[in-house]
Design a protein around this ligand. Structure first.
Ligand SMILES: [Zn+2]
Length: 244
């Protein structure tokens, strides 16, 4: 009797069985591998939220790469499924495992330029081929056209876990805790991109040991242009001592 009671309590804290988004939720292992900032998995995953006008209702869904990138699949789906009403504002939030490549950035800008009442906020867990100048320019162009791009922090992982993942009963607060250093490194690199600075975070993979490594190379321009609190937040840089 007590065991049964316990199970019922646990179920009440898992995604509700009546939840219409349940079938759209991804499995915990998928979330863990797709959104791990240290994983360099090829495929991309997109979790998204759409809110129309002043409605409190949020549409949630997820998508993965097919023969096309997830961003293009979203644009195609959005364009084909909905008769867009230009007088109603639309707020879209993306949680992307990889930041958009330059081609997707271009397609997103075209999509948004045709829909001035749509706003887009993008959270990413990793920067896709961020040493590539075209990809860096693509992200800058997106930001300059009004798109907000941020690196996913603990609060976004928590939010995605609760709203997009078919987490086991009783595991509502068990979103994966990744080392915060990786989020801070990517946030630092995104700053470099925004400020048109050369890359300072290099990421490589040691295949035999399945290790993802990073190298931090800070030049004078990085110290001059990047706010000190972002550099210090990595915990890898010390405040210079001033000798008298
Ligand atoms: Zn792409």
């Amino acid at each position: 009797m007590w065991v049964l009671f316990d199970i019922l309590i646990s179920w009440s804290t898992g995604p509700s069985t009546g939840d219409p988004t349940l079938r759209r939720r991804i499995e915990p292992w998928e979330f863990e591998v797709f959104f791990d900032p240290r994983e360099l998995r090829k495929e991309a995953c997109l979790l998204y939220e759409i809110q129309w006008g002043t409605s409190h209702k949020i549409w949630r869904n997820s998508g993965k790469n097919t023969t096309k990138h997830v961003e293009l699949n979203f644009i195609e789906k959005f364009t084909s499924e909905r008769h867009f009403c230009s007088s109603v504002s639309c707020s879209i939030i993306w949680f992307l495992s990889w930041s958009p490549c330059w081609e997707c950035s271009k397609a997103i800008r075209e999509f948004l330029s045709q829909r001035p009442t749509v706003t887009l906020v993008i959270f990413v867990s990793r920067l896709f081929q961020h040493m590539d100048q075209q990809n860096r320019q693509g992200l800058r162009d997106l930001i300059n056209s009004g798109v907000t791009i941020q690196i996913m922090r603990a609060s976004e992982y928590d939010h995605c876990w609760r709203n997009f993942v078919n987490y086991p009963p009783g595991k509502e607060a068990h979103w994966p805790r990744y080392p915060p250093l990786w989020m801070k490194l990517y946030a630092l690199e995104l700053h470099c991109i925004i400020l048109s600075l050369p890359p300072c975070v290099m990421i490589s993979r040691r295949c035999q040991k399945q290790l993802t490594l990073f190298t931090l190379i800070l030049k004078k321009c990085h110290y001059q242009m990047i706010p000190a609190h972002i550099l210090l937040a990595t915990g890898l840089i010390q405040v210079p001592v001033t000798w008298r």
